[in-house]
Design a protein around this ligand. Structure first.
Ligand SMILES: *Cc1c(COP(=O)(O)O)cnc(C)c1O
Length: 230
């Protein structure tokens, strides 16, 4: 399958899963994850209508970005080092991986320096425990969020999580269910923020994520096979 067909096939699957879960497919955004994917293949996806792309390595992204169309909305989805923040603030449409105060401070400082009023961010939460290195423990999230109003440029939009890398469907459901519950709790406790984005679901688990309320899927290998095969 070529990229265009893969995207059409994926969108069809997203629509079917959404409808089966009683959800409006229009409310689910697709971010194509293009780490290790060459610009020419990203452009094929762009020409097929995709506009949201996700990268997790700042250096790689910085090399690709200038040769791709300027209306792409880039999502920073991976662990972000503070010394790379200067390349991301004002350049990424959404940072999915806000996970510590030190990073929030660096984002705030860059925004102030560049005169950028609002930097849209998601708090990354680690519900699957040992499976992932990054993200806040769910028990720490409310405390972390409570410290964001003192950083006025940080505009919190929602949560991001990475599902556990397991075949155990029940574990994956549990992870997505808990992330959704956490989002609902934050909506009540911190009404000054939007909380309109729930970024969860990758190639292996996006259907389960849709069933649990995800409205932003981050999908890479299902559209761009890693071995480079077309
Ligand atoms: C690579 C990556 C994805 C996409 O994963 P696939 O399994 O290739 O769909 C999504 N989110 C993050 C944070 C990633 O690093």
């Amino acid at each position: 399958m070529n990229i265009v067909q893969s995207i059409q096939d994926l969108k069809k699957s997203i629509r079917e899963t959404a409808r089966a879960s009683g959800r409006d497919p229009e409310g689910i955004r697709l971010v194509l994850v293009t780490k290790t994917v060459e610009p020419s293949r990203i452009l094929e996806a762009y020409q097929a209508g995709a506009r949201d792309f996700g990268e997790n390595r700042v250096q790689e992204w910085r090399e690709k970005k200038p040769v791709l169309p300027p209306d792409i909305r880039w999502h920073l989805i991976g662990h972000l080092q503070t010394n790379k923040v200067k390349y991301v603030v004002g350049q990424a449409a959404l940072i999915h991986s806000l996970d510590r105060l030190e990073l929030a401070d660096a984002v705030e400082k860059q925004a102030q320096a560049k005169g950028i009023a609002e930097v849209p961010c998601l708090v990354q939460v680690n519900v699957s425990g040992k499976e992932s290195q990054w993200g806040l423990d769910p028990a720490q999230v409310a405390d972390f969020v409570g410290q964001m109003p003192a950083r006025p440029a940080i505009m919190l939009r929602g949560l991001m999580t990475i599902g556990p890398l397991t075949e155990d469907q029940e574990k994956i459901r549990e992870c997505f269910r808990r992330t959704r519950e956490l989002l609902e709790d934050l909506k009540k406790r911190f009404p000054q923020y939007g909380w309109d984005i729930l970024s969860m679901g990758m190639s292996a688990d996006y259907r389960i994520a849709i069933e649990h309320g995800s409205n932003m899927l981050r999908i890479g290998s299902r559209v761009f096979p890693r071995d480079g095969a077309k």
